[in-house]
Ligand binder design. Sequence first.
Ligand code: NAD
Length: 281
Amino acid sequence: MKHITVLGTGVLGSQIAYQTAYRGFDVTAYDVNDDALAAAKQRFEKLAAIYRDQVAGAADGAADAALGRIRTSADLAQAVADADLVIEAVPEQLELKRKVYAALGEVAPARTIFATNSSTLLPSDLVGFTGRPEQFLALHFANEIWVHNTAEIMDAPSTDPAVHAAVVEFAEQIGMVPIEVKKEKSGYLLNSLLVPFLDAAGDLLVDGIAEPAAIDAVWRIGTGAPAGPFQIFDVVGLTTAYNISSVGGPKQQAFAKLLKERYIDQGKLGVATGEGFYSYR
Ligand code: NAD
């Protein structure tokens, strides 16, 4: 693989494009219009600054060289004309993604592999729209890709094993640890573990069993983990936690109510606002 195209240059798409360019690939970043591409360029500049600061060796010209390997385009056919791999990171909406794949399948070369970064949709939800069932799979990155460098790779039932192997190799080449998921599973591995863990912590709080500091302390000290569940909630952001909990069962809804009344309504949204369960000021 040499030429990689990333569709969608938002939070994750910009990180995927930049990391891929940082590792030496030619990258085309596609988004819907010039305004979105202008925002993308700002994201890439910001990422270059973060890499200079946080990634060993990036300050010696590598962060700037990565910027030079990214081309932007708002023309889909042009953006994918020489793509070996297209990584899709458009908003998490089923109908939108299906439309994107239908359009992409029409204009991409026959050899091009498609990979979705979707967090919640399964490859089976999208594969029928790609026009190439053997060359489609999920390649799921984590936010802050330069630190949390996992790439969960999950096939559709129709994915060609050779395509899977090529994507595993690509993930390694861009500095990710490939995590192979052997069957389709909503939430992949990380969220299949994390979500029940965070739900259990929410239940303990809602039921009045213990306060966040005690729950976090027992987890950290008892397991050696660097952070407890409420510290993780603060990093994820309490609005996201609220959005997920408020559509869950009765226990999760009680947690959502607590989050809203005690924290969100007071502007305490987590690390991003300087305060959530803990203060970061
Ligand atoms: P985002 O809203 O930040 O960015 C989406 C981008 O897609 C925007 O730049 C938007 O202009 C663009 N877009 C909209 N319609 C488009 C189209 N038709 N074609 C091309 N681009 C289009 O979203 P995000 O947080 O980067 O999420 C993107 C995908 O990555 C989702 O599937 C999400 O589940 C997944 N993901 C997100 C995270 C995260 O932490 N944000 C982590 C892992 C995976």
